[in-house]
Write a protein that binds this ligand. Structure first.
Ligand SMILES: *[C@@H]1O[C@H](CO)[C@@H](O)[C@H](O)[C@H]1NC(C)=O
Ligand SMILES: *[C@@H]1O[C@H](CO)[C@@H](O)[C@H](O)[C@H]1NC(C)=O
Ligand SMILES: *[C@@H]1O[C@H](CO)[C@@H](O)[C@H](O)[C@H]1NC(C)=O
Ligand SMILES: *[C@@H]1O[C@H](CO)[C@@H](O)[C@H](O)[C@H]1NC(C)=O
Ligand SMILES: *[C@@H]1O[C@H](CO)[C@@H](O)[C@H](O)[C@H]1NC(C)=O
Ligand SMILES: *[C@@H]1O[C@H](CO)[C@@H](O)[C@H](O)[C@H]1NC(C)=O
Length: 937
C-alpha cells in the first residue's frame, strides 16, 4: 500500500472506532470475575442483588440514544442511574432484546410504549427523584411488557397515575409501590382487580396510618372503573408506614398470607387478631419497637411458621400462652435478651431455626441437665453469636440431637467443659471465632463426629492436647490460631486426613509446615495462612504440591527450612494465589521473589498491600508475572506496582481476561496492556489515583481503537495536579494531543510527509517514469518488428560529452569499428541518433538497442546534464534487466574526493571495475584489448 493509502486507512479507522470508549456506561460480565472477585457498580442499590450475566450501568446519561450505543446488545441487566435526559422515547430500548432487568433512576418522563420490544423483560424498577412537578405516565407506557413479573414504582405519585396503565401486564406477580404518598390501602387494591396473576403487593414507605374498615373490598363491590375485585395476593408488605391503627376486618381481602411484612411500623400486634387475616406463614415485624410478644399465642392463632422479630426491644422469650406447635423459625436477633432458658423453649417442639444473635445473652440454659427425662428438640440451626456467653458447661446442648449449625462467634467464652457438646452428634458447623478460649482438651469436642467446619480463629489457644481433634472423621474445613510456640510447630499433627481447607494464624512470627504431618492430609487443597514467616521443613521432598489454593496474609517470607530461597514457586499445582504483605517493610528477599513462573496452572493471582515492598525489597516488577501463561484474573490492590511502562511486564499473560487495580496510584500505563494480552477483556480501576501526565496517552488510544477490551469506569477516573482533581480523560485529551488533536496532527504530518517525499523523489520518479515509458515503447517496437531481427543493433552505445568528441573519433571508433575482426558496431549520438526524433527517446532507444553502454567519464561529462541523463537511463536498465551492461572509462584522472557529490556514480564504482585511459602506448594497447574482449565476448 502506498503512503496515501495508509493515511486514508488510518483516518478512516479513527473515525468509526471512537465509540468503543464508553463515556457513560460500564459493563460487567459476571462470569469473567465471579466468584473470585466481588464487583459492583455501587450505583443501583438493591437492584444489584439481582443476578445477571452481562450487566451495564449507565450513569448521568443525558442523550439516551447516544449512550445506548455503548450498551452491548446481549445485555440482560441495565441500570440507568441518575438519568438526566428527562424524556424516554417510544421503544427506546427495543434493540436490547435480551434485557431481563431494567432500572431507571432520575427525573424521568416515560412516553407512550417506552418499553415496547422488551418481551424478555421480567423486572422493571422506576425510581423517580426530586419530583418538582407531578409526572404523569402515559396510559400505554407499559404496553408490550408481556412477560413482566415485577414492577417497582418509587416516588411516583399514585394519585396522578392512570391505573389502567397496569391493564396489559398480564403476567405481573409483584407490584412494589414505594414512596407514592398513598394514604389508604384501598386506593391501590381497588385498581388492581384485573391483575389476576398478582401474588405480592408491597406498599412501602407511604402514608398509611390507619387500615380502615373501608379498605376491605367485597368481590361484589364494583370498583371505580367497573372492575370487580379479584385478589390472590399472598404476600403483603406494608413496611415503613405508620400503621397506628388496624380496624376490624380491614385486611379482609388477605385472609391467607404466606408473608406479612410490616417492619419499621408502629403496628400493635394485638390489633392483627381482628384484622381479617386468618393464616400467615411468615410474619416479619422488624423494627417495630416491640418489647414483648406472646409467641405461641400468635403462632397458634395464625398458624405461623416463621417469626422474624429482629431489631426490636424484646427482653424475654414468652411462650407461656398457647401452643407453639407450628413455629419452625424464630429470628430474635438484635434484641435485648439476657438469657435462654429451657422452660422458655421446651414448648417450641417444632422449632428448627433460632437466631438470637446480637443480644445480651450471658446465661445459656437450653437443656435441663438436672432432670433425667429424655428431652429432645428439632432445632437444627442455633445462632448465639455476638452475645456475652462466658462458658459452656458439660451437656450444655445434649437435648439438641438434631443440631447441625451452631454459631457462638464473638462471645466471651473462656472455658468449654469436657463433654460440653455431648449428644450433638449431627453437628456439621461450629463457629467459636473471637472468644477467649485458651485450652482444648482431648474431650472438649467429644461427640462431634459429624463436624465438617470448625472455626477457632481469634482465640488465645496455648494448650491444645494432641488428641483434641481425634473425634472428627468428616472435618473438611478448620480455622485455627496459636499463641504457643510449640503448638506452632506441631499444630498440623492434630488435623485429620479428611480436611480439605485449613486456615491458620499465629501470633508469633513463624509458622511451620511439616511435611511429615502434611503427608497424610491427602484431601487438602486449600490453605489460608496468616504469618509473617512461613517455613516449609523441606523443599527436597515437597509434599505440598497437592495444594490448589493458597491465601497468604500478613506475610513477608515463605522459605524452605535453613535457606533464604522462597518456596511459593514449589507449589506447582496452584490455581489460585492471594498474597497480602499487610504493608510491611523489608529490604530482604521476600515471598514474591519466589519464581512464580513455575506456577503454570495459576489462573487467579491477587497481590495486595505490597506497597512498601515494591521498590525496597529486590522484586523485579518486570519479571514478576513471567511464565504465568494460564493466568485469567489478576488483582492488584495497593500493590505499589504503579508503572506499567514496559511490554515485559505483561509479555506472558496471554490468557489474562480480567485485570483489576484497586486502592492505589498509577503513574504510568501504556498500550502494552493491549498488545501483549490478546485475551484481556476488562480492566477495572477501583479507587485508583492517577498521575496527571501524558504517560497514559498509549492507554487512551488503546481504549479508543481497540474493540476487544474495555476499561470499566474509564470516563470516571480522575487524576491530580498539585492536589487538584481533574478528569483523567479530559486531561489527556487537552494536554496530550490525542484524539482530535492527534488526528489533526497525523493528517498535517502526513501531508507534509507526502510533499517531502514528492519533492525528494521528484527527479528520480520523473526520470524513472520517463525511462519506463520509453522502454515500453521500444519493447513494443521490437515486438512489432518481429523477433527474427537481431535483438541488438549495436554492440555498444557510447555516452560522452561533446568536448571529448576528438578522443571518440581518433581513438575509440578506429579501435572498435575498424580494428577487427570482430568489427564492433558502435552507436554515438552525433552520428547515429535519428534526426527529428525526441532526444530522450533517442537516448533510451539507443541504450535499449545496444548490448553495452559505455560511459566516458571526464570532468565535463560529469557536469553535463544530458550525459548524466544517459548514465541514469543506463543504470535503470541495469536495475531493470539485472544484466551487466555498463562500462566506465575514465579519460581524466578524477580523485574519489571529486566524485563524492556524484552518488550514483560512486555507488556503481564500488561494485564495478572500470577502465582508465593510460597515457603510455603499451598501456593503450592493453586497454583496447581488454575493452574489445568485454564487448565482443
Ligand atoms: C438522539 O435523539 C435526539 C432527539 O431525541 C436527536 O436530535 C439526535 O440526533 C439523536 N442522536 C442520535 C445519535 O441518534
Ligand atoms: C436530587 O436531589 C439531591 C439533593 O438535593 C441531589 O443530590 C441529587 O443529585 C438530585 N437528583 C437528581 C436526579 O436530580
Ligand atoms: C419520598 O417522597 C417525598 C416527596 O414526596 C420526599 O420528600 C421523601 O424524601 C421521599 N422519601 C425517600 C425515602 O426518598
Ligand atoms: C424491612 O422491610 C423493608 C421493606 O421490605 C426492607 O427494605 C428493610 O430492609 C426491612 N428491614 C429489615 C431489618 O429487615
Ligand atoms: C490426649 O490424647 C493423646 C493422644 O490420643 C494422648 O497421647 C494424651 O495423653 C491425652 N491427654 C490426656 C491428658 O489424656
Ligand atoms: C523447590 O524450589 C527449590 C528452589 O527454587 C528447588 O531447588 C527445588 O528443586 C524445588 N523442589 C521441588 C520439589 O520442586
Amino acid at each position: 500500500m502506498n503512503i496515501l493509502g495508509w493515511i486514508t486507512y488510518i483516518m478512516s479507522t479513527c473515525s468509526f472506532c471512537l465509540c468503543v470508549l464508553r463515556m457513560k456506561c460500564q459493563v460487567l460480565e459476571k462470569e469473567s470475575f465471579s466468584p473470585d472477585i466481588h464487583l459492583t457498580f455501587d450505583k443501583c442499590g438493591e437492584f444489584e442483588l439481582l443476578n445477571y450475566k452481562l450487566g451495564v450501568n449507565c450513569d448521568n446519561v443525558e442523550a439516551l440514544n447516544e449512550s445506548l450505543v455503548e450498551v452491548p446488545l446481549e445485555t440482560d441487566w441495565l441500570c440507568l442511574s441518575n438519568y438526566k435526559g428527562r424524556k424516554i422515547e417510544t421503544a427506546a430500548f427495543s434493540q436490547l432484546t435480551n434485557l431481563q432487568a431494567l432500572y431507571i433512576t432520575g427525573n424521568v418522563e416515560l412516553l407512550s410504549r417506552t418499553f415496547s420490544g422488551l418481551s424478555q423483560l421480567s423486572t422493571l424498577w422506576i425510581i423517580l427523584e426530586n419530583i418538582s412537578t407531578t409526572i404523569t405516565f402515559h396510559k400505554d407506557t407499559f404496553d408490550g411488557l408481556n412477560n413482566l413479573l415485577e414492577l417497582k414504582l418509587f416516588g411516583v405519585q399514585f394519585s396522578a397515575l392512570d391505573t389502567s396503565i397496569f391493564n396489559n401486564l398480564h403476567h405481573l406477580e409483584h407490584l412494589i409501590l414505594e414512596n407514592n404518598s398513598i394514604r389508604f390501602l384501598s386506593t391501590v387494591t381497588k385498581s388492581l382487580g384485573r391483575l389476576k396473576t398478582l401474588q405480592k403487593l408491597s406498599i412501602i414507605d407511604n402514608d398509611i396510618d390507619v387500615l380502615r374498615k373501608e379498605d376491605c373490598l367485597h368481590s361484589e363491590y364494583p370498583a371505580i372503573n367497573g372492575q370487580y375485585v379479584y385478589f390472590n395476593v399472598s404476600v403483603l408488605d406494608l413496611s415503613m408506614n405508620k400503621l397506628q391503627l388496624i380496624e376490624n376486618n380491614s385486611l379482609c381481602n388477605f385472609p391467607h398470607l404466606s408473608l406479612f411484612k410490616a417492619n419499621k411500623t408502629g403496628i400493635q400486634t394485638k390489633q392483627m387478631f381482628q384484622s381479617g387475616i386468618r393464616i400467615i406463614l411468615t410474619v416479619s415485624l422488624t423494627m417495630t419497637d416491640m418489647h414483648l410478644m406472646e409467641l405461641c399465642e400468635y403462632s397458634s392463632y395464625f398458624k405461623v411458621k416463621e417469626l422474624l422479630l429482629g431489631y426490636n426491644s424484646v427482653f424475654k422469650i414468652n411462650t407461656y400462652t398457647g401452643t407453639c406447635t407450628n413455629l419452625e423459625k424464630i429470628d430474635l436477633s438484635h434484641n435485648l435478651l439476657e438469657g435462654i432458658y429451657s422452660n422458655q423453649i421446651k414448648t417450641l417442639k417444632d422449632l428448627v431455626y433460632l437466631d438470637v444473635s446480637f443480644n445480651r445473652i450471658n446465661v445459656l440454659d437450653i437443656c435441663p441437665v438436672e432432670t433425667l427425662t429424655v428431652f429432645s428438640m428439632k432445632l437444627e440451626h442455633l445462632n448465639i453469636s455476638f452475645n456475652y456467653v462466658t462458658s459452656l458447661s458439660k451437656g450444655q446442648f445434649s437435648c439438641l440431637q438434631n443440631l447441625q449449625v451452631l454459631s457462638l462467634e464473638y462471645n466471651k467464652i473462656y472455658t468449654i467443659e469436657d463433654f460440653a457438646f455431648d449428644g450433638v452428634t449431627l453437628l456439621t458447623f461450629l463457629n467459636l471465632e473471637n472468644n477467649n478460649l485458651f485450652e482444648i482438651t482431648n474431650f472438649t469436642f467429644y461427640s462431634l463426629f459429624s463436624l465438617k467446619q470448625l472455626n477457632l480463629y481469634e482465640n488465645s489457644l496455648t494448650d491444645t492436647e494432641p488428641g483434641a481433634f481425634f473425634w472428627f472423621n468428616k472435618l473438611e474445613d478448620i480455622r485455627l490460631m496459636f499463641n504457643n510456640i510449640l503448638d506452632e510447630i506441631w499444630w498440623s499433627q492434630y488435623i485429620d486426613v479428611s480436611v480439605q481447607h485449613i486456615s491458620v494464624k499465629t501470633s508469633n512470627t513463624f509458622l511451620s509446615l511439616l511435611s511429615e504431618n502434611f503427608n497424610k492430609l491427602s484431601n487438602l487443597d486449600t490453605m489460608e495462612i496468616e504469618s509473617k514467616h512461613v517455613v516449609v521443613d523441606t523443599c527436597q521432598e515437597f509434599v505440598f504440591t497437592r495444594l490448589k489454593e493458597i491465601y497468604l496474609r500478613d506475610n513477608l517470607f515463605c522459605t524452605c527450612f535453613g535457606s533464604v530461597d522462597q518456596a511459593i514457586g514449589n507449589f506447582t499445582n496452584l490455581e489460585k494465589l492471594s498474597y497480602d504483605a499487610n504493608s510491611q517493610d523489608s529490604t530482604d528477599i521476600v515471598t514474591l521473589n519466589s519464581s512464580l513462573q513455575y506456577l503454570k496452572k495459576l489462573a487467579f493471582l491477587r497481590i495486595e498491600n505490597t506497597d512498601k515492598l515494591i521498590g525496597r525489597a529486590p522484586i523485579n516488577v518486570h519479571e514478576l508475572f513471567h511464565g504465568l501463561s494460564n493466568l485469567k484474573i489478576l488483582h492488584l490492590k495497593n500493590s505499589g506496582i504503579n508503572h506499567f511502562d514496559s511490554a515485559a511486564i505483561f509479555s506472558d499473560l496471554n490468557s489474562l481476561e480480567f485485570l483489576l487495580i484497586e486502592n492505589q496510584d498509577i503513574q504510568e500505563m501504556n498500550e502494552y496492556a493491549s498488545t501483549s494480552m490478546p485475551n484481556l477483556s476488562y480492566i477495572y480501576f477501583k479507587n485508583v489515583i492517577f498521575a496527571c501526565n501524558c504517560k497514559f496517552g498509549g492507554l487512551l488510544s488503546w481504549l479508543e481503537y481497540d474493540t476487544r477490551a474495555s476499561i470499566i469506569n474509564a470516563h470516571a477516573q480522575n487524576c491530580f495536579i498539585n492536589s487538584i482533581e481533574t478528569n483523567m480523560l479530559s486531561f489527556l485529551r487537552s494536554n496530550c494531543q490525542y484524539d482530535s488533536n492527534f488526528r489533526i496532527f497525523i493528517s498535517t504530518f502526513s501531508t507534509i510527509l507526502v510533499f517531502m517525499c514528492i519533492s525528494i523523489f521528484h527527479e528520480s520518479i520523473w526520470w524513472y517514469s520517463l525511462y519506463l515509458f520509453y522502454t515500453v515503447k521500444c519493447w513494443l517496437n521490437h515486438r512489432l518488428r518481429g523477433m527474427e531481427e537481431d535483438l541488438y543493433r549495436y554492440d555498444a552505445f557510447v555516452s560522452y560529452n561533446t568536448h571529448d568528441e576528438q578522443w571518440i573519433t581518433e581513438h575509440l571508433l578506429p579501435n572498435l569499428e575498424q580494428n577487427g575482426p570482430p568489427f564492433l558496431r558502435v552507436c554515438i549520438h552525433n552520428r547515429d541518433f535519428e534526426i527529428g526524433r525526441d532526444i530522450v527517446e533517442n537516448i533510451v532507444d539507443s541504450i535499449y538497442k545496444s548490448r553495452w553502454t559505455i560511459c566516458l567519464i571526464t570532468r565535463s561529462y560529469l557536469q553535463s546534464h544530458w550525459c548524466s541523463l544517459e548514465m541514469r537511463m543506463a543504470t535503470y536498465r541495469l536495475v531493470a534487466e539485472s544484466k551487466d551492461s555498463l562500462i566506465f572509462i575514465f579519460l581524466d584522472k578524477i580523485s574519489r574526493e571529486e566524485l563524492q557529490c556524484y552518488h550514483r556514480l560512486t555507488k556503481l564504482l564500488d561494485k564495478k571495475t572500470y577502465l582508465e585511459w593510460p597515457h603510455d602506448l603499451n598501456g593503450q594497447e592493453l586497454f583496447w584489448a581488454r575493452l574489445r574482449q568485454v564487448i565482443g565476448g
